[in-house]
Design a protein around this ligand. Sequence first.
Ligand code: FA5
Length: 342
Amino acid sequence: MLDEITQLRQRAEKELEAAGSPAALDEWQARYLSRKGEVKLLLKSIGRISDPEAKKAVGREVNLLSRDLEERLEARRAGIREEERARRLEAEKIDISLPSARVARGRLHPVNRVLREICAIFQGMGFQIFESPHVETDEYNFQLLNFPKHHPAREMQDSFFISEDLLLRTHTSPGQIHAMRACAPEPLRALLPGTCYRNEAITPRSEIQFHQIEGLAVGPGVSLADLKGVLTEFVHQFFGPDRKVLMRGSYFPFTEPSVEVDVECILCGGAGCRLCKGSGWLEILGAGSVHPTVLRNGGYDPEEFTGFAFGLGIERIVMLRHAIDDIRHFFSGDLRFLEQFA
Ligand code: FA5
């Protein structure tokens, strides 16, 4: 009987080695180790041995065989799992030596770049950035800035109306009221950059959508001289330290007095050329002392507080700096234009 056990062991081990898949292992397990498997049958046949010593010895051998085969089966299962994993890894291997597809890197739009540059100059003079809504009420865009309904000054800023009372802001000046109402009665220095919208004929110098930066300073004793100092410092930092600045009288309903600010022509240095149309000066912004009514609308007592405000158009400044002849290039989506500002 011991010979029989040895033969069974050899046969089972050989077949186990040959089983190469989980299904073949299941079959092997059924054949040798299941309830009706050969090992169990062997165990049952022990009952027929009459000699107790021999019975014990055979019993021990069969148990040993059963345990060994169980262990070998588990080891073989693990081996097959490992072989399969290795095969899968080999099949799914990624060739990382292949160069990747080039990802085009974006960069700031020239308008945004100049906008940030200008903001940084004014931030250096203590101005703080505020954001205000693009969709405004008629009250904020016009009335609180001293443009009553039907006032002829509204002609200067033809608007896109969403309803009778709502419109796309035509300038960043309504932000003055938002900033003042947020800060009054504390003094403030605010900067309001953003997009503006006007119902205008599109020409090489005018778009229906463009960007402005509004500046506002309010405090006791803030004067037009402070405005001139701040704007001269800005011109010197942005256009160059030798550029002259000219303030001319103008009109805006929300500033009194109002001025238009010119910078010495960057092309001819003031001699007169095609760019400055022979005048030697280029207009860059509108400004003035904040009107007392506007101060009051913002929550300040005009007897105690004064202020100045200015508003500059970014596109026209970028056009000046890079000698761009048509504002429509900026948002035409033509990459050949934009890539020149890498
Ligand atoms: C204003 O919008 C005033 N809110 C500026 C201001 C602020 C005055 C604070 C006083 C105090 P104006 O309409 O001139 O002013 O516009 C200011 C600038 O915005 C212009 O100089 C120009 O650079 C730019 N701008 C105006 N309309 C257009 C347009 N259609 N396309 C491109 N840029 C424009």
